[in-house]
Design a protein around this ligand. Structure first.
Ligand code: HEM
Length: 302
């Protein structure tokens, strides 16, 4: 797994222009501090301390998905929101979300193979011609890569819906396991950019906008979970679960002030506290290795 992760990060560096010291994905972003207030509504499903009613501190990083920080805000329609909860016992636990409910590759091998045939993403768009027959073999990847061109970005980091994409398991005191998926809902409502607005966006306008917004008052997100049914896949990030699945609100994240602190953090989505476990999803488990390699490289470069 580690070798494939190294090859994959090498390939990201080859097809994107990644400057020294930057994350190998979601290179440009902005970090905040805040706190999470739990409702306690899922304490029959998980023993995770930050989901029992009460407050936990949190660090948050908003980002544009591109590994190249020079891409304009509009070239990265997918935005990220990574959250690290700081628990009272000194542990940390992460939820890493993006403004897309699905990922374009089902396995690490497919992800790496797609990167391997792409010569360059430097102009911001994958050449579908280049990917040609590969996408015929992986229709789920083709569908999403075609859609990236049409995907609408949120109008602000504060108005996106962020999905953690993969399934996770909640484990309760009796060791019962419930598959779940996370979703962050913006308190101010979802708002997307029109293609016309997108054209006029200058680079860094998202960062400037969120800075101004937080200076006026806290930015809030509600954390919901979808409860998986036995027929819902827990190993396939290219598949959404039915929208009518039962939902529970776990709490509210209140973002209060900018901090540089989160820039150095690795928001590894497999780091979590007792009461939550990774699903069988191979992309999720692979991310652990890729993120460690990226963190190591960006740290030694600075
Ligand atoms: C094969 C699959 C994937 C690979 C190889 C990959 C790779 C990476 C790498 C190398 C980083 C930078 C890590 C660092 O230096 O700290 C990163 C960051 C990130 N990735 Fe992924 N990723 C994958 C899938 C996903 C998926 C499915 C999501 C959806 C939630 C996602 C969301 C993010 C976000 C939001 C960040 C930025 C986190 C931050 O602000 O530090 N990634 N990814």
């Amino acid at each position: 797994m580690d070798r494939l992760a190294k090859t994959t990060v090498d390939r990201i560096e080859k097809v994107f222009d990644v400057p020294a010291g930057y994350r190998r994905a979601h290179a440009r972003g902005k970090s905040y501090r805040g706190y999470f207030t739990a409702t306690g509504s899922a304490n029959h499903l998980t023993k995770a301390p930050h989901f029992q009613s009460g407050e936990s501190e949190a660090l948050v990083r908003f980002s544009h998905f591109s590994p190249d920080p020079k891409w304009t805000d509009a070239m990265s329609p997918v935005k990220g929101m990574a959250v690290q909860f700081l628990l009272a016992n000194g542990e940390v636990t992460n939820i890493v979300g993006v403004t897309s409910p699905i990922f374009f590759a089902k396995t690490p091998e497919i992800f790496s193979e797609i990167l391997g045939v792409v010569k360059s993403f430097k102009k911001g768009k994958p050449s579908l011609k280049e990917l040609g027959s590969l996408l015929a073999d992986y229709p789920e990847s083709g569908a999403m890569l075609t859609n990236i061109r049409k995907m609408q970005a949120p109008s602000s980091f504060a108005t996106g819906q962020y999905y953690a994409v993969h399934a996770f398991y909640f484990i309760n005191e009796e060791d019962q396991r419930q598959p779940i998926k996370y979703l962050w809902e913006p308190e101010v409502g979802v708002e997307t950019l029109s293609p016309l607005d997108t054209v006029s966006l200058s680079t860094g306008s998202f960062e400037k906008e969120i800075e101004d917004r937080v200076a006026k008052g806290p930015v809030k997100f509600r954390l919901d979970i979808l409860l998986g049914q036995p027929e819902d896949p827990t190993d396939d990030p290219t598949k959404e679960w039915p929208k009518e699945r039962e939902k529970l609100t776990l709490g509210t994240l209140t973002i209060t002030e900018a901090t540089e602190e989160a820039e150095n953090i690795v928001f590894d989505p497999t780091i979590m506290t007792a009461g939550i476990e990774c699903s069988e999803d191979r992309i999720l488990n692979f991310r652990h290795h890729a993120y460690q390699i990226s963190h190591h490289r960006r740290t030694i470069e600075t």
